[in-house]
Design a protein around this ligand. Structure first.
Ligand code: TYD
Ligand code: MG
Length: 488
């Protein structure tokens, strides 16, 4: 492990040019006003932030001290000792650029690796955001425990809990590995010092909002503090090839506290979501510089930590009432994985001049469009009806492949007719009422077959799937005929 960190102790290093750390800005700066929600900066006070639209969030901030003010004897020069000096970059043909820095460290937490596309990347910074109590610290501890048990030295900086509390969690999660180092610390300079002495391969900070940099303005958790702290940690990660994980809390409205600025600084932003009263947890990548962002990680919080959901489709269909009107099952793709989910609709007469169209767990505009197409292309009268539609189980569906299921659920709810409970429905609907093909239809149908579905209403071009009866439909009227022919 020794020698991983390039610690500069030779005199030559001290005399070498200090790329990137020494900036000279000496002019007196005017006051700066910063939005506490989105970090927007303005030279004058604003009642409402012009960037994010929040009222009363812009306040004057003391201008951040410039780098030279701290470079002589302050911590930045100490940081330099930790992070070493960079070699001056030279432009070179792209094919000659070394890619060694992009090696991946699988965490052995399967759903985390699925979302990361393999594992943590050396030298990268990953932000895990989520509401308090979601299980961020648990997920982190499980990942660090497994990485450390395979010999990767990990340093966990717990800025919110004592080392004893963290040890108790590690006990419960079976994460007591000798290569996992823990320190309860909130001061950023101290964190740098610990990194220099422990020389970790993986550094985790729980949470970035609780870490304080005495050289930066503002209280712990303020936008400036979070941004400055994150920037220094990113630099530390890049220059020493440390895979770094930052835990971040989200605000009430779902944004990561502090920071849009923080989202720009890090390589990967993961969002850990779920309902605190249910055990299901969903992990998604909102940004990922090293891979796709469409994979969904599904886990359950148990007494012994987070476990992967072994059969998500079965879980989402657990509470389905067979034969209920307004209920249709469809198969959506979440990244590379097909998932069967139940779409539900309720249609109720209304006296309101503008009837309500309320979508839960999928896009409201899509619902309005489907209602219009049902009315205009299939003659389903919905003008005096409130229409509610939702996806049961908590997964958010963004795919047009669920259109036909939503439309049939609405039509069924409107006329109190049920689609057969062993029928799966897949298809996108165009504005002309035509049913369009969906990508990976066979994979979706095979997943449905695994769960016992034997009958499918699908777009005309769908290839045969042995063992399943396909009813191919070209437009919405044909689909309504196929879906409700038996229930009359
Ligand atoms: P935690 O990881 O502390 O959440 P966060 O860091 O996002 O605030 O844990 C969330 C909840 O999970 C906590 O209330 C206790 C519960 N929990 C379990 O159910 N099982 C476990 O094994 C652990 C460690 C926690
Ligand atoms: Mg926590």
């Amino acid at each position: 492990m020794s020698g991983r960190l390039r610690i500069c102790s030779c005199p030559v290093a001290g005399a070498a040019p200090d790329y990137g750390l020494r900036m000279t800005r000496t002019s007196v700066r005017p006051p700066l006003f910063v939005c506490s929600t989105c970090d927007y900066q303005s030279p004058k006070w604003l009642g409402r932030c012009t960037e994010c639209g929040t009222w009363g969030s812009v306040a004057e901030t003391a201008p951040a001290p410039t780098a030279p003010a701290r470079s002589a004897s302050g911590r930045r020069s100490e940081n330099r000792a930790v992070v070493g000096l960079r070699v001056a970059p030279v432009p070179m043909p792209i094919g000659e650029v070394e890619t060694a820095g992009a090696s991946q460290l699988p965490t052995d937490v399967p759903e985390l690796d699925r979302v990361l596309g393999g594992g943590l990347v050396a030298g990268s910074v990953t932000l895990i955001g989520g509401e308090p109590g979601m299980g961020k610290s648990t997920l982190l501890m499980q990942a660090l425990g497994r990485l450390a048990s395979r010999g990767a030295r990990c340093l966990l900086v717990c800025a919110e809990e004592s080392a004893a509390q963290v040890r108790m969690r590690a006990d419960r999660l079976g994460a007591l590995a000798s290569e996992l180092f823990v320190v309860s610390e909130t001061s950023l300079p101290a964190v740098f010092a610990y990194v220099a002495s422990v020389e970790p391969v993986v550094l985790a900070i729980d949470s970035i909002q609780a870490v304080h940099d005495p050289d930066a303005p503002g209280a712990a958790g303020s936008v400036t503090q979070v941004r400055e702290g994150a920037q220094e940690l990113v630099r530390l990660a890049k220059e020493n090839d440390i895979a770094t994980v930052l835990v971040g809390h989200v605000t009430k409205d779902g944004g990561l506290a502090g920071p849009r600025a923080l989202e720009h600084v890090v390589d990967t932003v993961l969002s850990f979501e779920g309902d605190r009263h249910h055990a299901l947890r969903m992990l998604r990548a909102l940004k990922h510089r090293f891979g796709a962002t469409d994979e969904l990680g599904l886990m359950e919080m148990t007494a012994s930590g987070l476990v992967p959901v072994s059969d998500p489709s079965a879980l989402f269909l657990t509470d389905r009432r067979l034969g209920a009107t307004g209920s249709v099952v469809t198969a959506v793709m979440e990244g590379t994985r097909p998932l069967c989910v139940e779409v539900q609709s309720l249609v109720a007469p209304t006296g309101a001049p503008i009837p309500r169209r309320i979508a839960q767990a999928f896009e409201g505009n899509r619902l309005s469009m489907l209602v219009a197409v049902l009315q205009q292309r299939a003659g389903i009268a919905l003008a005096n009806q409130d229409v509610y539609a939702s996806v049961a189980g908590g997964v958010r569906v963004a795919e047009p492949a669920a259109d036909l299921a939503v439309a049939l659920a609405i039509a069924g709810a409107r006329d109190d007719r049920a689609v057969d409970s062993d029928t799966i429905v897949v298809g996108e609907i165009g504005l002309g009422g035509e049913i369009r093909q969906v990508p990976q239809a066979p994979r979706r149908l095979l997943e449905a077959m695994r769960l016992g579905f034997r009958d499918a209403i699908v777009p005309t071009s769908t290839p045969d799937v042995p063992g399943m009866t396909l009813r191919r439909v070209g437009d919405l009227r044909q689909a309504l005929g196929a879906a409700f022919s038996r229930s009359g």
